[in-house]
Ligand binder design. Structure first.
Ligand SMILES: O=C(NCCO)c1cc(-c2ccc(F)cc2)cc(O)c1O
Ligand SMILES: [Mg+2]
Length: 214
């Protein structure tokens, strides 16, 4: 039977990347997506912006909403200091199965906890289940209609503190108009837009960085 695109992406990683070398995993996925098959990873151009935000922040506690194949998980986890932890939520079991193997190939499984399920179900359980007080950094890259409700849910669950940084992918393409309107007009956030392009294309897209003010 026919393989899936995530399965073919994993095969490309296992063929071209070196075990334990996160940069080679990132490069193998970017090459596959540019030259073989487009896939909805944050990509290299927006990925460099993601890298700079993470490097500047040096977060201890990171939440990623939307793992897909683990590309941005690897990008973030490779930059984390020893002892720092990344929890990544993925609703789609097939994506999660591939992402676990991509994260393992990069040798980053000790820094990453991949949780399968709905963000709306897991966000209220972060404190009691994972012993998390608050997050330092949240990367939003899941279903675009969940960005706003999940952000409000994180606020209500006390998971954001003064200075927590939210970084949202795809604010232009596919777009998250309700989320953008909220973070740009709320007195609880200081927001700025990083103009870029949709992964592996010339279409406009960008990342919105929003600092929670408490
Ligand atoms: O749905 C997305 N993510 C959540 C599911 O895992 C997503 C979609 C797209 C995209 C798709 C189709 C198109 F035509 C344009 C953009 C891009 C992304 O970066 C994304 O994160
Ligand atoms: Mg995305």
């Amino acid at each position: 039977t026919k393989s899936t695109r995530p399965q073919r992406l994993l095969k490309a990683v296992q063929k071209h990347a070196t075990r334990g070398d996160p940069q080679s995993v990132i490069s193998a996925i970017d090459h596959f997506c540019r030259h073989s098959e487009w896939a909805m990873n944050v990509g290299d151009e927006k990925g460099c912006i993601l890298d700079s935000v993470v490097s500047e922040l040096n977060p201890e506690k990171v939440l990623e909403l939307g793992t897909y194949c683990g590309y941005s998980t690897v990008r973030i986890a490779r930059l984390l200091p020893p002892g720092a932890r990344l929890i990544t939520l993925e609703f789609n079991a097939d994506y999660a199965a591939i992402a676990r193997q991509v994260i393992a190939w990069a040798g980053l499984e000790d820094k990453v906890q991949l949780v399968e399920g709905a963000s709306g179900d897991w966000i209220p359980r972060m404190k009691e289940h994972f012993g998390i007080e608050t997050f330092d950094f949240v990367f939003l890259d899941h279903w675009k209609d969940r960005y706003l409700p999940d952000t409000k849910l994180m606020e209500d669950c006390g998971l954001l503190r003064k200075g927590t940084v939210l970084l949202a992918d795809n604010v232009i393409c596919p777009g998250v108009p309700d989320y953008l309107e909220y973070v740009r007009n709320s007195l609880s956030y200081k927001s700025c837009y990083f103009k870029s392009h949709l992964e592996y294309t010339k279409a406009e897209d960008g990342l919105e960085k929003s600092v929670f003010l408490g």
